[in-house]
Design a protein around this ligand. Structure first.
Ligand SMILES: Cc1ncc(COP(=O)(O)O)c(C=O)c1O
Length: 387
């Protein structure tokens, strides 16, 4: 079977909701994917920021294999040492005082539960969100996603009131906040929008406005968290601590997992039955989370992200690229031609990249293990493509 025929097979049996790329990955090693038709692609997109350790990482593969052999699943109805250790290590990785973890399966589910916690613990009914943000496709997460209600929201009405403020507009943020606001939800680096990092000033103003109005500050670090910014979370980089932090994507390196991380004030107000999930916190996901955090720490990946990010900024503004934005290894390359054209041209050169909500921004979400040799390949391909 070649890539085209497997693509046809899949589209015959699945819902036609994805625009798929014209190759089938069948294996991978490090930053490279192997395709069914025998090509090797440098993957700078990581399945939407998920493959944070690349492919075939020995520690991650071993952890998943060993846990699968030992016990593939039990739910939260029983305590498990591997879950306790994953929660402890994640709390240790997160900003100080965010030391209580609720494990789920995806980014949208994490945001859904973060918002629920905010409504429950404040007794309020309104949310402030930021223009351009993407928070997921489930009811509450999509309600705080910019533009969803006008296009793909798909539910008959919004579940609660939402006010959007323009990015980095501190006066608008202050005007939108009042004591009926349960939560302000912020994506500190807006990934889907095209790697737009919100200013530290805006994030600090969000913290102060929340303190003034008794509102809970939620950082959605589903895409920008887990080391991708060159810090464990952007919260630590900008020294602004949210009340609730959500993460997913790279959390378990490719195994589905998400997390809501908060502190004792919110945790102590909860009772049995307030939140729940069947699969969240399953032992294989927990073993994978542990392997990811151990690799980030033991392989110096935060430092590597910072070094490689600087190298991309210094060497890849050439050919069709006019500038670089974002943080760490969540980068947006501004392109003179449409980003889609540049993505297709890079694919011809054996490099996989991604598009974004901005038609002139190409998104890079490579593994945190990326090396300078990979950046050289990207810079040289961009040079070959030309303006
Ligand atoms: C910032 C952010 N939040 C939430 C989500 C939703 O995550 P998931 O697709 O795992 O539900 C995404 C997905 O792209 C995201 O980028």
């Amino acid at each position: 079977m070649n890539a085209t025929s497997s693509h046809q097979d899949e589209s015959a049996w699945s819902l036609p909701v994805y625009g798929q790329l014209p190759f089938e990955p069948v294996g991978g090693e490090g930053a490279y994917l192997e395709t069914r038709d025998g090509r090797r692609l440098l993957d700078l997109y990581g399945g939407h920021a998920v493959a944070c350790l690349g492919y075939g990482h020995p520690g991650l593969s071993r952890a998943i294999r060993e846990q699968t052999d030992q016990l593939i699943f039990q739910s939260n109805i029983v305590p498990m040492a591997v879950r306790a250790e994953a929660c402890r290590m994640l709390a240790d990785f997160a900003p100080a005082k965010l030391d209580r973890v609720f494990l789920v399966n995806s980014g949208a589910e994490a945001n859904e539960n973060a918002l629920r916690l905010a409504f429950r613990s404040t007794g309020r009914s309104r949310v402030v969100a930021v223009e351009g943000a993407f928070h997921g496709r489930t009811g509450a997460a999509a309600a705080v996603t910019w533009g969803a209600s006008g296009s793909w929201y798909g539910y008959p009405r919004l579940p609660f009131d939402v006010s959007f403020v323009p990015r980095d507009d501190v006066p608008a943020l202050e005007a939108a906040m009042s004591d009926d606001v349960a939560a302000m939800i912020v994506e500190p680096v807006q990934g889907v929008a095209g790697a737009i990092d919100l200013s530290s000033e805006f994030l600090r103003a969000a913290r102060s406005a929340c303190d003034r109005t008794g509102t809970l500050l939620i950082f959605d670090e589903v895409q920008c968290g887990m080391g991708r910014s060159g810090h464990p979370f952007v919260a630590q980089a900008v020294k602004v601590s949210p009340d609730i932090l959500t993460t997913a994507k790279g959390l378990a390196g490719g195994f589905p997992a998400g997390a809501v991380i908060t502190g004792s004030t919110i945790a102590d107000g909860l009772q049995v039955g307030d939140l729940g999930t069947t699969f969240g916190g399953g032992p294989v996901a927990c073993a994978a989370i542990l392997a990811v955090i151990r690799a980030i720490r033991s392989e110096g990946l935060l430092e590597n992200v910072q070094t490689i990010s600087k190298l991309i900024r210094a060497t890849c503004v050439q050919g069709p690229v006019t500038g670089v934005r974002g943080r760490g290894l969540l980068l947006g390359l501004s392109t003179r031609p449409p980003a889609k054209t540049v993505r297709d041209a890079l694919l011809e050169h054996g490099i996989l990249s991604g598009t974004s909500g901005d038609p002139h921004v190409l998104r890079l979400l490579p593994p945190l293990t990326l090396k300078s040799i990979h950046v050289e390949s990207l810079a040289s391909a961009l040079g070959d493509i030309g303006e």
